[in-house]
Write a protein that binds this ligand. Sequence first.
Ligand code: ADP
Ligand code: ADP
Length: 229
Amino acid sequence: EGRIVFDDVHFHYDANRPILKGIDFEVPAGKSVAIVGPSGAGKSTISRLLFRFYDVTGGAVLIDGQDVRDVAQKSVRDAIGMVPQDTVLFNDTIAYNIRYGRPDATDEEVREAARMAQIHDFIERLPDGYQAEVGERGLKLSGGEKQRVAIARTILKSPPILILDEATSALDTHTEREIQAALDQVSKNRTTLVIAHRLSTVVNVDQIIVLAAGEIAERGTHTELLAKD
Ligand code: ADP
Ligand code: ADP
């Protein structure tokens, strides 16, 4: 469950300016793909079409063989965990933030999700800026840590597909390694992963698609793409 197909997808925001021009790719269930390429290439647009923020203007996006336009938007979104680049946390504990979306989860399940996302050390802490009546101060989380909170939330919800949209963020190498480690755990969960990323530093994926100006310029495994240059 979680197989994604982009079948000759065309898309424009404004009719006179095509953004995606015939995008074809397939991600088998439980496999991962990184969509890389320069800013403005269309990486985020691909995530938005998958999540049904927008619908294609030509071709089709299919999840498990079904055109996403034939499914209620809510069911499409239930099947997808979206980790945006700027994760906003609720003004409550990290554990609360992870549990959000699955209030029935046991403490043990929350801890397990936190462990997989590698944030188990601080789940009882509070996000930065938190000010309870008692005057407790929060923990300042880095952008990467916030993303891992969102990844933990997604692990707990365990949808078949996870999208990580980092199309315009510039993460430092250390943060990137931490996120990669969390995603490796997600992959072990047999979740289909779609990573939109500006740089090609993502290596632990099954397939890399290089986008340029709305078209697929190259595709292959990391090793295959290295061999071409
Ligand atoms: P990337 O994620 O690769 O940086 P995007 O998918 O965000 O690229 O954007 C692709 C192109 O679509 C860019 O030229 C961008 O300016 C344009 N674009 C993105 N969102 C909109 C929008 N809501 N309306 C019009 N144009 C948009
Ligand atoms: P991000 O990848 O962070 O979403 P974008 O630049 O792709 O950044 O888009 C940010 C928002 O700005 C989009 O959701 C869209 O509404 C708007 N936007 C981006 N590019 C354009 C554009 N060329 N014309 C109109 N709106 C745009």
